[in-house]
Design a protein around this ligand. Structure first.
Ligand SMILES: Cc1cc2nc3c(=O)[nH]c(=O)nc-3n(C[C@H](O)[C@H](O)[C@H](O)COP(=O)(O)OP(=O)(O)OC[C@H]3O[C@@H](n4cnc5c(N)ncnc54)[C@H](O)[C@@H]3O)c2cc1C
Length: 440
């Protein structure tokens, strides 16, 4: 069976490398080096589009755990990162040029990988298994093909995610649980009420806060009205937020009956309420500014941000609708999606999904059906994300909200996270020993 991987970015390189290391021949296609998308600058594979950081490297950090799992699983990205890392405090950062050269060298010199410089516009013309790893800037003609395969309504071109805060760092004495007009379960939303003075302080800080510079190709993207950055809404006038995401109507404090000038609503990210999403807070604010301004919200003065809000050009599919939990098209099981286009977010997550797809194809070839990674791992957290049906699916980084908590109650957050990480790594090591070199 022929395996075709479309896109030699972080995800595609991982898929190809995983299979090639197990003596499975792979054909890998990229428009590079002859052409570049509007966002890519380097002719090398595995390009880091913007920052040179692969983010935190501690096991108390979800992306740190994901990276450790990838090391155990033999990730190409982690091999090259190890060889090319530069000092960056608690983060793992790399020398960008050396990193990309390392990725390219491993791929081009592998005896089981044939590289083609070609724009794939119709993967149906390729017989066998196809992996679409063409990234958030996939070429237009390929994007048209994806729209046909998935249905136009299941393809998006822009993401807009709101920040997530750690539930343990919220001051609950200033907040109350209630749904608007008391609809639904009372504890669905945690509300952060504001009086006029607090609201005006927040509004003034928001309209003056520093935003991220947009890339040229992002500037002419029109934003949907329903998905405007919170600071853009604020700039429309002093009361605009009070008629938008901070609308106070229908939100009385159930204990006192009090009504408020404005209310920020937080929605649970997980059943237990370990993490909360700031509803309607998609934003272009820089990360330090998000911390400064959003901590003005009553109850969030000491909030720890598990994920920051963000918006950028990003072609991705509505995975929960169209993919199964092996990143495989429900309607055509010879087609897999990997990387950012599959609905994960970030360099590490994109590479991790590519590695997983490599394993899914490998286990499918050996056993007839793909095997799942252990449910306790951060890798499976990514599967959980791309399978989670919501009305507004958005790509996401890995967070602890996607990894099951441990049963034992450990109060200290750092210790609890370490225990979750240790459990995950132990399970993964056992799994890799048994399943990474399967016999037919
Ligand atoms: C502008 C921008 C900046 C970003 N910055 C960061 C950041 O700083 N940190 C972070 O963690 N994440 C960032 N991301 C998000 C994400 O992590 C990266 O986009 C990441 O590179 C995704 O990996 P990928 O393998 O899915 O896609 P890519 O790395 O983009 O790889 C896709 C490959 O497919 C090729 N290709 C496209 N169309 C075709 C075709 N039709 N035929 C053949 N080949 C094709 C491309 O040339 C490319 O090499 C950024 C995203 C964007 C859009």
């Amino acid at each position: 069976m022929e395996i075709h991987v479309i896109g030699a970015g972080l995800a595609g390189c991982e898929t190809a490398f995983f299979l090639a290391e197990r003596e499975i021949k792979v054909k890998l296609y990229d428009i590079k080096p002859e052409k570049l998308t509007e966002g890519h600058k380097s002719k090398n594979f595995g390009e880091l589009l913007c920052s040179n950081s692969l983010r935190g490297d501690s096991l108390t950090n979800a992306v740190g755990l994901l990276k450790e799992e990838m090391r155990i699983a033999g990730s190409l990205m982690m091999k090259c990162a190890e060889k090319t890392k530069v000092p960056a405090g608690g983060a793992l950062a790399v020398d960008r040029k050396k990193f990309e050269e390392c990725m390219t060298e491993y791929i081009k010199s592998h005896k089981n990988i044939d590289v083609f410089c070609e724009e794939i516009v119709n993967p149906d013309e390729l017989a066998g298994i196809k992996v679409i790893a063409a990234g958030p800037l996939a070429t237009d003609r390929l994007t048209d093909w994806i729209a046909k395969k998935t249905g136009k309504n299941n393809l998006f071109f822009f993401d807009a995610i709101a920040p997530i805060v750690d539930g343990e760092t919220i001051d609950y004495s200033k907040t109350f649980f209630a749904s608007r007009y008391e609809k639904g379960e009372g504890s669905d939303y945690l509300n952060c009420p504001m009086n006029k003075e607090e609201y005006l302080e927040f509004w003034n800080a928001l309209i003056d806060a520093e935003t991220v510079k947009l890339k040229d190709f992002e500037k002419n993207k029109k934003l949907f009205e329903g998905c405007l950055p919170v600071e853009e809404i604020a700039k429309r006038g002093e009361d605009a937020l009070r008629f938008g995401p901070l609308k106070p109507v229908g939100l009385k404090n159930p204990d006192t009956g009090e009504e408020y000038y404005a209310v920020v609503q937080l929605r649970k990210e997980d059943k237990e309420g370990r993490f909360y999403n700031l509803v309607g807070f998609q934003t272009h604010l820089t990360y330090p500014e998000q911390k400064r301004v959003f901590r003005l919200i009553p109850g969030l003065e000491n909030a720890r941000f598990e994920r920051f809000g963000r918006m950028h050009k990003n072609t991705y599919i509505n995975s929960p609708e169209v993919l199964d939990n092996f990143f495989r098209l429900k309607k055509d099981r010879s087609i897999f999606f990997a990387g950012q286009i599959s609905g994960v977010e970030g360099y590490v997550e994109s590479a991790a999904s590519g590695l997983m797809v490599g394993f899914f194809i490998y286990s499918m070839l050996k056993k007839g059906e793909p095997l799942h990674f252990p449910k306790e791992t951060a890798l499976t957290g990514l599967t959980r994300h791309i399978s989670m049906k919501t009305s507004n699916f958005q790509p996401s980084n890995i967070t602890f909200s996607l990894i099951p908590d441990i049963e034992k109650r450990i109060k200290n957050r750092r210790e609890r996270r370490l225990a979750i990480a240790e459990r995950s790594l132990e399970k993964l090591k056992q799994f890799v020993n048994v399943n990474f070199f399967l016999q037919k």
